[in-house]
Design a protein around this ligand. Sequence first.
Ligand SMILES: Cc1cc2nc3c(=O)[nH]c(=O)nc-3n(C[C@H](O)[C@H](O)[C@H](O)COP(=O)(O)OP(=O)(O)OC[C@H]3O[C@@H](n4cnc5c(N)ncnc54)[C@H](O)[C@@H]3O)c2cc1C
Length: 320
Amino acid sequence: MGLLSPLNSLLFHTMYDVAIIGLGCAAYTAAIYTARYKLTTLLVGESEGGMGMTAAEVGNWPGDQEVTGPDLMERFKNHALSFDDVTHTIARVEKAEKMEGGFRLTYQSGETAEAKTLIFATGSNKRHLGIPGEEEFSGKGVSYCATCDGFFYKGKTVAVAGGGDSAVEGAAIIAQVAAKVYLIHRRDAFRAEPFWIDRVQSKENIEFVLSREVVEVLGDGKVTAIRLNEPFNGSDTLAVDGFFIEVGTIPAVALAEQLGCTLDAKGHVAVGANMGTSVPGVFGAGDVTSGSNHFEQFATAAGEGCVAANSVFSYLQSRH
Ligand SMILES: Cc1cc2nc3c(=O)[nH]c(=O)nc-3n(C[C@H](O)[C@H](O)[C@H](O)COP(=O)(O)OP(=O)(O)OC[C@H]3O[C@@H](n4cnc5c(N)ncnc54)[C@H](O)[C@@H]3O)c2cc1C
């Protein structure tokens, strides 16, 4: 593993073969492949492990019947950083621009890095509901990560909003410690994996609140209740100590947009079968892209990272 100190980067302004932006499943996988292709690789991202760090229980990573997200990401990271050709930097990238022979990245610190090609593996951010009280009580009972913060609610009553995997898994995990969990979904059926639906259905302390939306978070210094758009069991408020919002994600496309990469109708970076974007020399991998039919999983993110790395290798070879 190479270390990029600010002094080094000033003295030797390396033009990497590839800069991979992200430190999640897709990015680590791409780095393993680019390193094995002997490409000098800059692996730069803000949060180590990415979204994978919030997966409490992973039962579908091939080869591991059960593993936690953090353990899996630690193994990915150690593998990626075991190569001399991989330079690992923890930084937020604020700007991506085209330059002669490649691309320039500017970090939040003002430092810059240059690479002949880019792989965006920037994942996504949690979607907010945008309702009154949400921002005011964020961190004071409102959370966007049920599996991260659920354990603070031992013996308490909480609500989880959402109908996908994150919400249903989150409710199941919190129900292990909380006294009562309301699982609130605006539709009348969940779209989560049947595995997780079975799990929540078997928990006596989870109550489903279907065909309802949360319209306001109420509190006094911290969350005390949530208001629904329609009454449930005769009341439009539910008294809760915590409210977990797990209503999907928004792809982190800001940097790709700066370079003019085309987005698809769902706002993801549009990629072809080779994970190439609309901008030559720029590739994408993982949750941020339109790839894998928008099926956002560890296995698909890893697969896309692998394909993107192979495409970078072909692209660089074709330019020689
Ligand atoms: C609660 C939960 C449970 C899950 N459980 C499972 C499961 O059981 N099985 C499964 O297959 N999948 C699961 N998933 C989905 C899986 O976690 C994701 O599909 C996968 O982690 C996506 O990886 P990624 O590399 O594309 O993105 P991410 O892991 O989101 O990584 C994105 C990276 O980009 C970085 N980044 C973004 N913008 C910038 C910037 N401007 N500058 C620098 N760095 C930046 C971030 O810091 C991060 O390091 C789960 C997801 C959640 C939320």
